[in-house]
Design a protein around this ligand. Structure first.
Ligand SMILES: Cc1cc2nc3c(=O)[nH]c(=O)nc-3n(C[C@H](O)[C@H](O)[C@H](O)COP(=O)(O)OP(=O)(O)OC[C@H]3O[C@@H](n4cnc5c(N)ncnc54)[C@H](O)[C@@H]3O)c2cc1C
Length: 412
């Protein structure tokens, strides 16, 4: 949890007697120096820099998030559904708000919102490798049972992995699984698969990259501020290049790497690095996939889980496609060029964070540090817009502590 104000988390840990669950990453500076020497890069950290990096346990972090949700009574403001379209109520009147179309899977509902914040993480366009498309016959009818080939986002969104504390999962088990990926999500899928599958094969296109953080260390070291200063001077194209260099593709953290190596030693997990799938053929008689790999081997698996991420491209994302026509903006390689205050367009109160905000927020846009930066920018703007809009009764309710500031959202 670097570069993040963890004061609230520490306070919560203290109040619940759980401070021991926040641990320093051991040997971080030494490891970093070794790696820097090996790669002959600039030393990002010095021993005189008293930089310590701490990690909370997963359960502490989850409990703290739940605590925040309860403390601000956020649950009652949540409406479940997928936003499928977003349009200005009146394109000629930028302050007329937005019409938001929400689907719950069977019905479509439209709601009006004066301000909109798109905090949709990596976006809605799941990345399926070409061999998946090629495995589907020209009729377009998927020949395998739907739950035999799943993208990680589907597994999570549809709660197919089940909640370890409550309901069981619905995915088929006791068979062989192929996990395709290389990032931290694939590691989590492997951990889950261990409980369900007899054997799992894990393939990654490159070497398994092990890193503490999802961006290169330069961005979190003493050089970080200078890098950001330079980032903000650049054109969208140059910023995009800096983001690609900083993120270096998918990676796993050292504890996950150790877990994978141990699972491999136990024989339950097979790992093939620098190997990709060239062809998948569904064999209906045996109810399994015949998988051809780039190392010229053939494997047979009952299920496939893809941890291949999403494509960040507003032109491809159904949510933004029509919006780009009604409120056109410049994009670069699929990333929108937002304003400095993370508005889609200077005149319209539509804010964007997460992956789509990367050209403004920088390489950290996809992690918690970037999320915090974006949230602070957006909240600051909403607060001043809100002061102009909100009715006096609500303001008095908030100052009198009978309402909280999030009630403004339900007022809209
Ligand atoms: C395996 C893994 C490990 C990670 N570990 C770390 C870490 O250690 N440290 C760190 O800083 N970051 C980490 N991250 C990144 C971190 O999870 C993200 O930075 C953070 O979740 C971003 O929060 P968010 O709310 O912006 O987006 P998300 O958490 O991605 O949430 C987006 C939400 O929007 C919903 N959504 C998307 N489209 C629509 C739509 N059309 N309609 C309605 N809802 C929609 C999604 O269902 C989702 O619930 C990790 C990520 C992963 C995948």
């Amino acid at each position: 949890m670097w570069n993040m104000d963890i004061a609230g988390l520490r306070e919560y840990a203290g109040a619940t007697n759980r401070t021991l669950e926040i641990k320093e990453i051991p040997n971080f500076i030494n490891q970093t120096h070794r790696r820097c020497r090996r790669r002959a890069c600039n030393q990002s950290f010095s021993h005189s820099q008293h930089t310590k990096f701490h990690l909370p346990s997963s359960s502490l972090f989850i409990d703290y998030c739940n605590h925040l949700v309860n403390a601000h009574d956020l649950e009652r403001l949540i409406q479940k559904g997928k936003v499928i379209e977003l349009q200005p109520a009146n394109v000629q009147e930028p302050n007329s708000g937005f019409i938001v179309s929400i689907s719950d899977g069977s019905t479509l509902q439209t709601v009006y919102a004066k301000h909109v914040v798109c905090a949709i993480g990596h976006g809605n366009t799941l990345r399926y490798p070409g061999w998946v498309h090629r495995a589907i016959p020209p009729s377009g009818v998927i020949p395998w049972p739907k739950d035999r080939l799943l993208h990680s986002s589907k597994l999570v969104d549809h709660n197919l992995l089940g909640n370890t504390h409550s309901q069981p999962s619905t995915i088929p088990s006791n068979n062989n699984l192929l996990v395709v990926g290389g990032g931290l999500t694939s590691g989590h899928l492997l951990k889950y698969a261990q409980q369900k599958f007899t054997h799992t094969l894990f393939t990654t296109r490159s070497n398994l990259r092990t890193k503490h953080f999802d961006v290169s260390l330069d961005w979190i070291s003493q050089n970080g501020a200078a890098l950001y200063a330079s980032f903000y001077q650049k054109t969208p194209e140059e910023r995009w290049n800096m983001i690609q260099t900083a993120r270096e593709g998918g990676s796993i953290n050292p504890p996950m790497a150790e877990w994978i190596r141990n699972a491999q030693k136990e024989g339950w997990l097979g790992v093939k690095e620098r190997v990709h799938v060239t062809q998948a053929i569904w064999r209906p008689d045996q109810e399994l996939f015949e998988i051809h790999l780039s190392d010229q081997t053939i494997e047979f698996v009952h299920s496939i889980w893809l941890s291949t991420g999403t494509t960040i491209d507003v032109n491809e994302d159904a949510l933004f496609r029509n919006l780009l026509t009604s409120i056109p903006i410049e994009t670069f390689n699929g990333y929108p060029c937002l304003t400095k205050d993370l508005r889609w367009h200077p005149d319209y109160p539509l804010y964007v964070m997460g992956g789509y905000a990367a050209l403004e927020v920088g390489p950290n846009a996809l992690n918690l540090a970037g999320g915090k930066i974006a949230a602070e920018i957006i909240a600051g703007n909403l607060e001043s817009e809100w002061e102009d809009d909100v009715d006096i009764d609500l303001q008095q309710g908030i100052s009198g502590n009978c309402l909280n500031m999030y009630d403004i959202l339900s007022q809209e």
